[in-house]
Write a new protein. Structure first.
Length: 335
């Protein structure tokens, strides 16, 4: 992941937002004021369990494309979902990387209550960035990233949600967990070519254009880098463009159950991420829960993004808890 961008569409949205500045400010104040405390529903999200799932993925090593660690971790993820009673399948495809490399990708799809016609999509990517190309030390730029946060944390939150759902009989919707592959093979900063947004999110692009006939989801939530220390999740721009109601639902839910400090009702950037093809190619309104560090000189995605320091030492269970409990609350609030 992930690239901040301002396309022509983004510029149009920015102009519209600027033109309605006063009403936007009033609306933001109203939304924050109306986010009253709400009672918890559904199971409790275990931060310790999610932390352990994050560490278990990192124990395989860097899960870079076409590596043994990648393949072994993929098998482990599938078995974990299956152990919680999910219906599990893989979507294998050879896709082309930015440099023409053939990448043997595997999207992992796990379904809770596959018979349910009303479905919610949860997704995250599970591959590791092959190059720490944003590391402050240039000698690390061609080293792989452990991806404890940028990869493992999102899958870990989904696994813990699956564990919490395994014996449930009260949830009124089905849930599809999709672990996207080949997300982080996008053009490296050191490459002598222009970055191309289409070199990112390759697994999500494939999934979005190869959906089972008749597949529908009410909406989707992408979990990207949801465990990093110091993370706050601003409202991402593409999410607001395509799924503003879902953004409002999630952020108001977070505030209502006591996690408003992690989910400030403020705008972040617009990103190239897995939710873009889900919105644009699959036609499923999908939001991105992704951190935004407006004052971080290293990166607006935080100090460990695409560096060799994206390790377990920089994972905070409290952040995993805030995201996981919020998503569970959203799921159990569905009718």
């Amino acid at each position: 992941m992930k690239k901040l961008f301002f396309s022509s569409v983004a510029m149009f949205v920015a102009v519209v937002l600027a033109c309605s500045c006063a009403s936007c400010k009033n609306s933001a104040k109203t939304s924050a004021a109306e986010a009253d405390t709400i009672a918890l529903v559904g199971p409790t999200f275990s931060a310790d369990s999610a932390y352990a799932f994050t560490a278990a993925q990192c124990a395989f090593g860097e899960r870079t494309m076409n590596s043994r660690a990648h393949d072994l971790c993929g098998e482990w993820i599938m078995k974990k979902f299956a152990s919680y009673g999910m219906t599990v399948e893989s979507q294998d495809a050879d896709v082309k990387g930015w440099d023409g490399t053939t990448l043997h990708s595997r999207n992992i799809i796990a379904r809770f209550r596959p018979e349910a016609t009303t479905r919610i999509l949860l997704c995250a990517h599970w591959d590791s960035r092959p190059w720490a190309d944003n590391d402050p030390d240039s000698t690390n730029w061609r080293k792989p990233v452990m991806a404890a946060n940028d990869g493992a944390s999102g899958v870990a939150v989904m696994l813990e949600i699956a564990r919490a759902l395994q014996s449930d009989t009260t949830l009124k919707v089905g849930v599809d967990f999709v672990c996207f592959d080949a997300e982080d093979w996008g053009t490296p900063q050191w490459a002598d070519v222009a970055d191309d947004a289409d070199t990112w999110a390759l697994g999500a692009q494939h999934w979005a254009t190869h959906l089972p006939e008749g597949y529908e989801a009410r909406y989707g939530i992408l979990l990207d880098m949801v465990g990093g220390a110091g993370s706050k999740f601003y409202q991402e721009g593409v999410s607001k463009q395509y799924a503003a109601e879902i953004v409002n639902k999630v952020w108001r839910t977070a505030a209502g159950i006591g996690y408003g400090s992690f989910f400030p009702m403020k705008d972040g950037g617009m990103l190239t991420d897995d939710h873009v093809p889900v919105n644009e190619k699959a036609g499923i309104p999908c939001i991105d829960i992704v951190p935004f560090f407006p004052d971080c000189q290293q990166s607006s995605f935080g100090p460990t993004w695409h560096t060799v320091n994206d390790t377990m030492e920089n994972i905070d269970p409290n952040v995993l808890k805030a995201v996981g409990q919020t998503v569970l609350q959203v799921l159990y609030s569905e009718e």
